[in-house]
Design a protein around this ligand. Sequence first.
Ligand code: SF4
Length: 286
Amino acid sequence: MLLAHNYMRDEVQEIADITGDSLALSIEAARTSADVIVFCGVHFMAESAAILSPNKLVLLPRPDAGCPMADMVTAEALEELKAHHPGVPVVTYVNSSAAVKAHSDICCTSANAMKVVKSLQENELIFVPDRNLGRWIARFVPEKKFIFWEGFCPTHERMTLDAVLKKKSEHPEAMFVCHPESLPEVSALADHVCSTSGMYDWCRETHTGKFIIGTEAGILYKLRAENPEKEFILASPALICPNMKLTSLEDILFSLETMTPAVSVPEEIRLKAKQALDRMLAVPRD
Ligand code: SF4
């Protein structure tokens, strides 16, 4: 089964069996009866699929496709922070390595982070690694004290306030929607802030003809395909993640022909990381 993240190149999304966000794809990978998963995305995503599907072969066509934000925290550095805050639970965004997930209490996505945080009994929490997602959520949960990790997505942080203001002045009738990985001053300008899956729903359901899109450029492919009567404008030309653009059709063909390169997670780490993912999946959606 070929899975492609929403930020992949258009031609990769076109041949995928399923497109989606990282966690949705990993859940699909676990559900399918296919023995081999070709994960077109970045390394932490293939790890998540391997965590949830230990008996399947998970291939990552470009093993050099990493995530700078995921690399901003290590299990050792997280343990150091935890030592300063004994008993404080760690909420870890799925954009993180399996090792970091294994040292966390619960995972979250950009779509469910608020529900995950609210599900905790404790009034204090460590939020890892995205400071922008963490601070966005914290606004809606004032009763809890957040300890932020100062990680960030370089792609979303390249979308500056000036770039968004310029687009808004060029298209005053357009609605602006952005991802919570964006800078706080950018999110503050948005008509709506949501995950990539939320963006598909919101743009489909909102009765407006024009949208300024504040997330990685790959999302435009499906937005335009699903809403041919609507116009989608990228908020900034800098919204291109170099890692997400690495995977080519040739790389996928090579993976399928050679059944490499495979991604696996050591069993001890896998089991602990799975606990954090399972705890997240147990949080009621509504
Ligand atoms: S878009 Fe940001 S969070 Fe996603 S892989 Fe690229 S750097 Fe990482």
